[in-house]
Design a protein around this ligand. Structure first.
Ligand code: ZN
Ligand code: ZN
Length: 306
């Protein structure tokens, strides 16, 4: 990890140039550093910025967050409004498109969402990960009062717990850090420090947000027969898994990644998902290597770059 001088990025047709206001270091960025996707280049996909160049002058000066998948716009997936699965896509700071941890980044204008003024910069960097949490709501039906276990009290687990609560679920969050669990404890979210053993066959729906290979195994074991496990951890490397418990218990496994920004912006603007307490520290871009070190430290939540 090092800081480099780069030429000002050019703005292809349909793109905007955006001046970074704030970015958030995500566990995926740390995984990329470990070799996930064989990544080299500028990382960063959680950001808020100000548009400084675009064909439509109406965008100039707007404060925006941006969807991270750069889709072709023409294929069958794009036609179905699922550019997040476009086979030709590149991904901001992850696959073949320079990321957001630079003074100026580029994204297609169609990826941009205007950030309401009620969401300050340091909260707006959570729009992208909150959208990833909201993706669960697009994938499974959650009835009011439905009991759901979330495993993992990292940044994503804490967001998921809040998003599911906002949808009306009764959330039980398992984690290893009492002080992190406390951040979301309260009405409709109960928490538990993981002891020697997690319960088995205990929950109809379990979300794995541990970021570890053991998390998925535990989530499957925790799930009731005919239950659903939502897989939210991106882990670099192979996950060794005995599939027999999932088959015998007829568990539904659902992979879950990026989501739509609209519901995430609504939840942050309404204050129903609160992210201020998830920020551990912030650094200027010029001190990014330090910021990454801090973000990789055990117990640290979100580290911001300005
Ligand atoms: Zn991320
Ligand atoms: Zn496409």
């Amino acid at each position: 990890m090092e800081v480099r001088r780069q030429p000002m990025p050019r703005v292809p047709p349909g793109f905007a140039r955006i001046r970074l206001l704030a970015g958030g270091i995500c566990s995926t960025d740390l995984e990329l550093q470990r070799g996930y996707y064989g990544f080299r280049g500028t990382p960063g996909h959680e950001f808020v910025g100000e548009v400084t160049a675009a064909e439509d002058p109406g965008w100039i000066g707007k404060r925006v967050a941006g969807e991270i998948n750069l889709a072709c716009g023409a294929c069958e997936w794009c036609q179905r409004d699922l550019g997040r699965h476009c086979p030709h896509r590149t991904v901001l700071g992850i696959v073949k498109h320079p990321g957001a941890f630079r003074e100026f980044l580029t994204l297609p204008v169609r990826n941009l969402h205007i950030v309401p003024s009620s969401i300050p910069d340091e909260h707006a960097v959570f729009i992208e990960p909150a959208a990833a949490a909201c993706e669960i709501l697009d994938q499974v039906r959650i009835l009011a009062g439905a009991p759901i276990a979330v495993v993992g009290d990292g940044k994503l687990g804490l967001l998921i717990a809040q998003v599911l609560r906002a949808r009306g679920a009764r959330v039980h969050l398992y984690g290893r850090h009492r002080e992190k669990l406390r951040l979301v404890e309260g009405e409709a979210v109960t928490t538990e420090v993981i002891g020697k053993k997690l319960p088995e066959r205990a929950w109809p729906m379990v979300v794995d947000a541990t970021g570890s290979p053991e998390g998925l195994r535990a989530a499957i074991a925790m799930c009731e027969p005919r239950g659903t496990v939502i897989m939210k951890s991106t882990v670099h490397g192979l996950v060794k898994l005995d599939t027999a418990p999932a088959i015998v218990n007829e568990t539904t496994l659902i992979g879950s990644r990026c989501g739509r920004f609209e519901p995430a912006i609504r939840l942050l603007a309404s204050g129903r998902v609160r992210v201020g307490r998830l920020i551990s520290d912030e650094f200027p871009l010029s001190r990014a290597p330090e910021a990454f070190k801090m973000a990789a430290t055990r117990g640290v939540l979100k580290v911001l770059l300005r």
